[in-house]
Write a protein that binds this ligand. Structure first.
Ligand code: MG
Length: 375
């Protein structure tokens, strides 16, 4: 246990600010290895396999899902964590858990559910990830949720409104005090961006929604693409793209590691408390950050707003809102377990039920409630 060393600005391997329910720590695994393992064994984690990242699961077998996205985030975050002497187990646990609260159908699903929940406290996937690990998973005898460490939960809660922060006690404090989270949490957040920017290019090209001619005008893609092409002029197109993306990820990871290393050594924080009061230390260099922003804008304009993506998003919105309205108007349509929960707070119980659905489960529920098959 604890076979590697972390720096003084990292979250220590074996010390946590604690879990909501007191548990004896394992003699074999660090608290954060244990958190990671609990996330992997959760039901919500398995559901990620059938939840949309950009492309709905049934649109193709090779597109990223929330599950493969989360694995890519964890891989990137771990590489950087090791390079910077951060707590790799913690960064892995945060990365694997960061999307557990996502609704079916990606961001359009969340927007629709948020709209339905407007008068009932709203819906936010980030806060929902925390609800999943704090309450909704039910697999341990002594507590609801996964009873994760403070540091893991802090990393999952990337952002939250001041109103929600006030209700979260200790965990919400940093939003009120305007402090930063641990470097591990900062890292998981930026690894998320590296992962989705790169895999969305890959999926966008694979699906034919993005064209190579267009994306070559985006500097960070174009420069690597030209390098690869001049070095391997006969490489088939798919491999050319894969090799380009591989190099892009490598450039980003290297830049992130170098720039963050520089910022850390300049600030020289000697404790976690100091890290929290400093500006964000896990960052790209300015030129790379600018290229990333250009790429993100390209993806927004050309992929996320592509008419075919918008059509699916529009359908998703109808499914989510129709389901919510149907359950809200008549709770007896809910499965018994959720009817029971709806006795306490019906809108929240319905939102939890819908948010937990996979894409295809939501489509199936929609079909069962609204469609009539003659035979
Ligand atoms: Mg993500």
């Amino acid at each position: 246990m604890g076979t590697y060393e972390v720096k003084q600005y990292a979250i220590p391997l074996n010390v946590t600010r604690g879990r909501a329910y007191l548990e004896e720590e394992s003699g074999v695994r660090t608290p954060f290895q244990r958190d990671r393992d609990r996330v992997i064994h959760s039901t919500a984690f398995r559901r990620l396999e059938y939840k949309t990242q950009v492309f709905v699961n049934h649109e193709g077998d090779l597109f990223r899902t929330r599950l493969t996205h989360s694995l890519e985030v964890a891989q990137i975050a771990r590489s950087v964590a090791r390079g910077l002497g951060l707590n790799e187990d913690l960064v892995e646990a945060i990365s694997l858990a960061h999307d557990l609260g996502h609704t079916p159908f990606g961001h359009s699903g969340q927007d629709a559910l948020n709209e339905s929940m407007r008068d009932h406290g709203g819906f936010e996937h980030n806060l929902q990830s925390l609800r999943v690990v704090d309450e909704l998973e039910q697999r341990y005898a002594e507590f609801d949720g996964l009873n994760l460490c403070f540091e893991t939960r802090e990393g999952i809660l990337k952002h939250c409104s001041l109103k929600n922060a006030r209700e979260l006690g200790e965990l919400g404090r940093r939003f009120i005090d305007k402090q930063r989270p641990s470097l591990e949490a900062q890292l998981a957040n930026i690894a998320d961006q590296i992962a989705y920017n790169n895999h969305d290019i890959d999926d966008g090209l694979r699906s034919g929604l993005l064209s190579l001619d267009d994306i070559r005008n985006v500097e960070v893609f174009g420069e690597h693409y030209s390098d690869v092409r001049s070095r391997y002029p006969d490489l088939p197109s798919r491999r050319l793209v894969s090799e380009t993306i591989r190099r892009m990820i490598n450039t980003l990871v290297t830049d992130l590691m170098e720039e963050s290393g520089r910022l850390i050594s300049d600030a020289n924080p000697d404790s976690i408390a100091e890290v929290r009061s400093l500006p964000t230390l896990i960052q790209f260099s300015a030129p790379v950050a600018q290229k990333q922003a250009e790429l993100q804008k390209f993806l927004r304009d050309n992929l996320y707003r592509h008419y075919r993506v918008r059509r699916m998003a529009d359908k998703a919105k109808r499914i989510i809102q129709s389901l919510f309205d149907a359950f809200h108007n008549d709770r007896s349509l809910l499965p018994p377990r959720h009817q029971e929960r709806a006795k306490v707070d019906a809108p929240r119980a319905i939102a939890d039920y819908i948010a937990g659905m996979t894409d295809r489960y939501a489509m199936k529920e929609y079909h069962q409630i609204f469609m009539v098959d003659p035979f």
